[in-house]
Write a protein that binds this ligand. Structure first.
Ligand code: 5CA
Ligand code: ZN
Length: 409
């Protein structure tokens, strides 16, 4: 699949800082040392509805990861998937009497437009589940051959007991895992499973549903977790730096993915850090496609909201916090954008060197975007009250905000 166009990332004076980030698996901060090429996998959308502010907030967090690494002069190999075949997509298409491929294509196209408008840097590889199927089948066959998978009425399940590290990503107790598995696509109550938590790797073709050639597995379609594992192993390999997504992916998705990969390769870990963004809510509930309480990026754009203001609204919250979208959040961002634009529109201003370092420091410290915004606010306030004589300082500020925060002033 093609991704979306990259916006320019201006080079900044001096040198960026290494990223220290909260890792769900260890429950604390880790300082990543990726070498010259940093590797990151971020779980993509299931394209059955438009991009909402919750999605945008999660992709914003991982865009910052990429920007911090680029500032250290590293290359970034960023991979993202599109879950373009899964139950929710088929259910929505059936509900609306629409062809599931048309729905997926339309919503993926809209996602690309939203990401472009928000200046999210594109992944290097943007891969759909459907196009990954030829790579998924042999992995499932290998898991079967090694005894880490088994067949139940034609469906293939992964045996979580095959991975000695199972549970080490999310650290949940058995009951919590069972509940979340039932809520998030698993089937813990299906009779005949070795362990109720075992997730499906390959679903045998169902009457009237799309299916693909599965060689020895028979016709069917892939499970959700193996999709991301196949794509990540193909394009990044084991031990990549960051596996990212919203906090609702920690279990089962990232836990199961890590176990699939570890059982396949005999190596550990799948990712050096598992990074999870908080959930954005509306009216007291997590924004979710299934609940329908959504504010879409595309709706705001069509209403004339500047995408830079949407981006500033996202950046005003720490990525790990759960927060609520309100009109006030957007109004504050619109006001901030206007103040910043006025402040950089003059040829000179207060010195900007310290600001560049403050923004770098804030982001390298577990992506503290609110602290970065506060630093720019202080510079803009100084510009507004006393001004300054440093020629070119507004340009430096503008490039810093662009390169590190993805906001074009
Ligand atoms: N296709 C799978 C991942 S392989 C999936 O979870 N798709 S999704 O469309 O449901 O979500 C895409 C990303 O947005 C995931 O990282 C998810 O955790 C995140 N996300 C979904 N809802 C919210 C929300 N309300 N707030 C923050 N992030 C969210
Ligand atoms: Zn995923």
């Amino acid at each position: 699949m093609h991704a979306w166009p990259a916006s320019d990332v201006p080079a900044l004076p001096g040198k960026g800082r290494d990223l220290r980030i909260h890792d769900t698996a260890t429950g604390g901060p880790v300082t990543l040392d990726p070498g010259p090429v940093a590797r990151i996998y971020v779980c993509g959308i299931t394209p059955y509805d438009a991009t909402h502010l919750g999605h945008a907030a999660t992709y914003n967090a991982f865009d910052l990861v990429q920007r911090v690494w680029l500032d250290t002069k590293r290359q970034v190999h960023y991979v993202q998937n599109v879950t373009d075949i899964d139950d929710p997509l088929l259910e929505r298409a059936a509900r609306d009497g629409e062809d599931w491929t048309g729905l997926a294509e339309r919503e993926t196209a809209l996602f690309r437009e939203d990401m472009t408008a928000l200046r999210m840097l594109p992944p290097r590889h943007y891969i759909g589940a459907v196009e990954a199927i030829p790579g998924i089948v042999p992995l499932v066959e290998r898991l079967c051959d090694s005894g880490a998978a088994y067949v139940l009425d034609g469906d293939v399940y992964f045996s979580v007991d095959a991975d000695p590290h199972f549970g080490e990503v999310s650290h949940l107790d058995a009951e919590a895992m069972r509940l979340l598995s039932a809520e998030r696509g698993g089937d813990p109550d299906r009779p005949g499973k070795k362990n109720p938590l075992d997730p499906m790797l390959w679903m045998a073709a169902r009457e009237g549903e799309p299916h693909w050639d599965g060689a020895g597995l028979g016709p069917g379609r892939p499970g959700w977790h193996i999709e991301c594992v196949a794509i990540a192993l193909d394009h990044l390999g084991m031990g990549f730096d960051v596996q990212g997504g919203g906090s609702d992916l920690a279990f089962p998705h990232h836990e199961m993915g890590a176990s699939h990969a570890q059982a396949l390769t005999g190596e550990h870990p799948f990712a050096k850090a598992y990074v999870h963004a908080g959930m954005v809510g509306l009216d007291g509930e997590k924004m979710s496609k299934s609940k329908g309480n959504l504010v879409f990026v595309s709706t705001l754009r069509r209403a004339g909201v500047d995408p830079a203001a949407i981006r500033l609204a996202l950046l005003a919250h720490h990525y790990r916090a759960d927060w609520e979208w309100t009109d006030q959040v957007l109004d504050t961002a619109v006001g901030r954008l206007a103040r910043w634009r006025a402040a950089v529109s003059r040829p000179d201003g207060p010195p900007a060197e310290a600001l560049v370092e403050e923004v770098r420091e804030a982001l390298s410290n577990d992506l503290d975007a609110p602290a970065a915004l506060a630093a720019v606010d202080r510079w803009a306030a100084l510009q507004d009250t006393t001004g300054g004589t440093d020629e070119g300082a507004p340009g430096v500020v503008s490039r810093t905000v662009d390169a590190l925060l993805g906001v074009a002033l």
